[in-house]
Design a protein around this ligand. Structure first.
Ligand code: TXA
Ligand code: MG
Length: 345
């Protein structure tokens, strides 16, 4: 299949026509690039799963560009949902509602709920408005790989497999949206993201976190967001997180690098602007500045993919603080490391 590349984000008529006809279009969003199809067209949605190699029980998020598009998709909008919508839409927040009959089961992975997001990125808003369709869209990567935060990575994974890619700029947030279940009494975070726990607590008071988050799943444990059970965000390189006091972590990583190199492996380190000069390794990238964790979120997936470009075997990384956006950063990093930690003493 020839993939059409559209670089004028002001003229999306051709991309909208492709969606109308049941095709697949990758679009920038403020979180990560998304792979879009008409959410109401079962065949089109099935092709999303095929193009990504995604397990069919992992439901998709439906994207809207006007609040009036929500009502037909859901049976109930709880007071919690209304409060969250007022504060954080449009933006990097996905809400889970009871689904109406209009939503195909292939979108919800067979669940009776549907996840909906109103993105703030003007390009995907324009695409939704021009096509006049709610768009089902997972991240526009091959299933399992780090999500794409720029055009080049989408092209790398999906060129030749989808109808069209819209070439926009880099994603501002760099981690996917916060997924929140609004179908029970208390809002529950199913996936941490750009809208942080602290921001949610400020408007709601009480917020729960799905107990299946934050650790390697035990046997039989089922997260409420089905996608959270899969290996994710993983480059080909093995990622290992080194925890502890900063000085000790730096010394430990340098020691681990030497050991790996002695075994003939190519070793990478994921550092910060502040620590970049303190490491010796084959490939060292800074993921951002510790003074502003939003830079770390914005660069994380791209930097993880860069170790694969360099064919690195093992990446040792610092652990980051877990407050604010750090909650989403560490969630993604822990998953890319398969919860492999080393303590520095
Ligand atoms: O920022 C984002 O959310 C990006 C952009 C493209 O909008 N999309 C994205 O989609 O990250 P995806 O498919 O990679 O992740 C969707 C997550 C998965 O963990 C999935 O299991 C969860 O949302 N999800 C979708 N529908 C759900 C539902 N009805 N109940 C619980 N979790 C759901
Ligand atoms: Mg994804």
């Amino acid at each position: 299949m020839e993939t059409i590349i559209i670089s004028n984000t002001n003229d999306l008529q051709q991309a909208a026509d492709i969606l109308q006809e049941g095709g697949l279009v990758a679009s920038p969003t403020e979180t990560v690039y998304g792979l879009c199809a008409n959410a109401l067209n079962e065949e089109a949605v099935k092709n999303i799963y095929k193009a990504k190699g995604r397990p069919s029980d992992n439901p998709l998020i439906v994207h809207i560009a006007d609040l009036s598009m929500l009502q037909p998709l859901v049976t109930e909008i709880s007071p919690i949902a209304k409060t969250l919508m007022e504060h954080f839409w449009p933006g990097p927040m996905t809400l889970v509602f009871k689904a109406s009959k209009m939503v195909p089961k292939v979108v919800t992975g067979g669940l009776d709920t549907v996840a909906v997001r109103f993105p703030s990125d003007p390009t995907i808003q324009n695409l939704i408005k021009t096509s006049k369709l709610p768009l089902a869209a997972p991240s526009a990567n091959t299933s399992g790989k780090p999500s794409p935060t720029n055009f080049t990575r989408v092209y790398e994974d999906l060129n030749g497999k989808i109808d069209c890619i819209i070439q926009g700029g880099n994603s501002a947030f760099g981690v996917e949206s916060t997924v929140i279940d609004t179908t029970s009494e208390i809002a529950t975070i199913l996936r941490p993201g750009g809208v942080t726990l602290e921001m949610l607590e400020e408007v709601l008071g009480n917020v729960m976190i799905d107990p299946a988050l934050g650790h390697k799943l035990k046997e039989g444990e089922v997260p409420k967001a089905p996608g959270m059970k899969y290996t994710h965000y993983a480059p080909n390189a093995e990622v290992i997180i080194v925890k502890g006091e900063k000085d000790k972590v730096i010394a430990k990583i340098n020691e681990l690098v030497r050991e790996g190199q002695n075994l003939g492996k190519k070793i990478g380190v994921m550092a910060t602007d502040e620590t970049l000069s303190l490491f010796n390794a084959d490939t060292i990238f800074s993921v951002g500045t510790e003074k502003n964790p939003t830079t770390i979120a914005a660069n994380l997936f791209e930097v993880l993919r860069k170790y694969d470009d360099e064919k690195v075997d093992i990446v040792y990384t610092l652990a980051f603080q877990t407050t604010g956006i750090g909650g989403a950063i560490m969630n993604r990093l822990e998953k890319s490391a398969g919860y492999h930690f080393i303590e520095a003493y």
